[in-house]
Ligand binder design. Structure first.
Ligand code: AMP
Ligand code: ZN
Ligand code: FE
Ligand code: FE
Length: 287
């Protein structure tokens, strides 16, 4: 039987609810051979995850997830096999986190104006000390009874186009990819359905453009993917000669319907997918 891996997940270093060590412990419980920890804009969770992985016999691939500019939908680039100690990567992440800090203050003010007062401290309390993102706002809004569910918090208030949405200052796709390459990693287009392309041709055009900027791989399995979407991205990966990746985008209690390794039961990422990505990363690694 092929061992299963999960190459996209979050911890309390960003907007997941399990600590990096707990994520790895759960991966072991689930029988996963390897995971990638891919927190938003930070590598802070990696040392703890890697140490836990050594202890528990689960390979931990050092990763990160960066949001990039896109006119429609959202574009997330996952980096895998990055060097967690890369100084330039840390510097660039710090700038992204500073930008988030300004955005968080705006969201706080807007929610107050909208009659749903929250404080930055309350939001920070949900973040476990990690990078603060919209899921933490959603959690506070549920707790304070402003909305019934996290989904409602996004759908009515926090999602793009809603009254408490503020964009982050985003990097260009080329910059995001270069930042991952410079840190020794491979760059993966995450959850391609979020690009909101109208069909296979349009998606292939968007992916081809990213490939032109150095993209190495595309997720062909992700948490919301249908069988049809997975087949379509497989075809695009083949034609564009991109590697495949995939993962659940596990966030613990912030996405309670997602189970690591299997997402909603429809994904199954095998160890050979990881090996191909490892081979692509090897020439880039610096020692
Ligand atoms: P941020 O990085 O602060 O923009 O927040 C991004 C996080 O919010 C990711 O983990 C997303 O999965 C989550 N998210 C974005 N849109 C939604 C939505 N409509 N419903 C639930 N979670 C969402
Ligand atoms: Zn997230
Ligand atoms: Fe994402
Ligand atoms: Fe993610």
């Amino acid at each position: 039987m092929d061992r299963l891996v999960d190459l996209h997940m979050h911890s309390t270093a960003s907007d997941g609810t399990l600590t990096p060590g707990e994520v790895v412990a759960m991966a072991r419980e689930e029988g996963l051979a390897a995971i990638a920890l891919t927190d938003h804009d930070t590598t802070a969770g990696l040392p703890e995850a890697i140490a836990a992985g050594r202890r528990l016999g689960v390979e931990v691939v050092p990763g990160i997830e960066i949001s990039a500019k896109r006119e429609r939908g959202t574009l997330h680039i996952v980096g895998l096999f990055i060097d967690p100690g890369d100084g330039r990567l840390e510097e660039r992440c710090q700038a992204l986190r500073a930008e988030r800090g300004r955005r968080n203050e705006r969201i706080v003010s807007r929610l107050c104006e909208l009659g749903m007062p929250v404080t930055l401290d309350e939001v920070r309390g949900k973040s476990g000390g990690g990078v603060i993102g919209r899921p933490h706002f959603a959690a506070v809004m549920v707790e304070k009874g402003y909305v019934a569910t996290r989904e409602e918090a996004f759908d009515r208030w926090l999602a793009k186009g809603q009254p408490a949405y503020f964009p982050k200052a985003l990097l260009d796709p080329a910059e995001s990819i270069a930042m991952i390459h410079d840190a020794g990693g491979v760059a993966v287009c995450a959850h391609p359905s979020q690009l909101r392309c109208a069909g296979e041709r349009e998606l292939e055009g968007a992916i081809a453009e990213l490939r032109h900027h150095g993209l190495d791989a595309i997720e062909t399995q992700w948490s919301t993917a249908t069988a049809e979407e997975m087949a379509l991205t497989e075809r695009i990966a083949g034609r564009q000669r991109l590697l495949r990746s995939g993962g659940s985008d596990f966030h613990g209690g912030n996405k309670p319907d997602i189970r690591m390794g299997v997402a909603r039961g429809q994904i199954r990422v095998t160890a050979d997918v990881l090996e191909a990505l490892r081979r692509a990363a090897r020439p880039r690694a610096r020692t």
